[in-house]
Design a protein. Sequence first.
Length: 230
Amino acid sequence: MTGADWLASLTADGDALGRVSTAERVADFVRTRVMEGDLPPGTRLSEEALRTALGVARNTLREAFRLLTRERLLVHEHSRGVFVRTPDAADIVDLYAARRVIEGGALTAWPTAPEEKRQAVRDAVRFQRESARAERWSDVATGNVRFHLAITGLAGSARLDEEVRRLLAEMRLVFHHMGDQREFYENYVQLNRDILELADRGAVSEAEEALRKYFDVAEQHLLRRMRAQA
């Protein structure tokens, strides 16, 4: 292919590239709603309602749905439509395997991370504690997401930040299995604070070990609840 042919092919693909870019923004909008707990598992996504609300073309919305289906957040059911996916036990095991590697590694960057990155962890813990005192348990759940995003942010990698946003959106779907949010999240408010205090004291290896144990406990907690509901 000559240089001119190559450029011509890019020009021909310009409209499609624009749609993909818009689709990614739409996907991020839906992903954020999942992460914040606004779209529980089993929710049917009305194509017409979303198109109207977001002002996007049908093809753009369907591309966004395809992106989110690959991320395991949505599922297409033939002749029924697109639904928010319901994770299973295998998803829980896989999610925690990934989070141990990513967040555990990111936490080791605490001593050299910029101060604003460390402060983001402190802010997330404070928000979660204040929400727990006010018994705003949905906000406690959101604070937990912020805490883990901030932990990942210590690594200073946009790629890791993006990947963990996807993982935590899927985790929020898992958490809907827990029913009473207070019952599930109350203990983790203190565990997050313990991890922060260890890191702030410079005991980073101890903080990393506490995070690993935290993940072990949370994983088993979720699996027991899922099995009890089966």
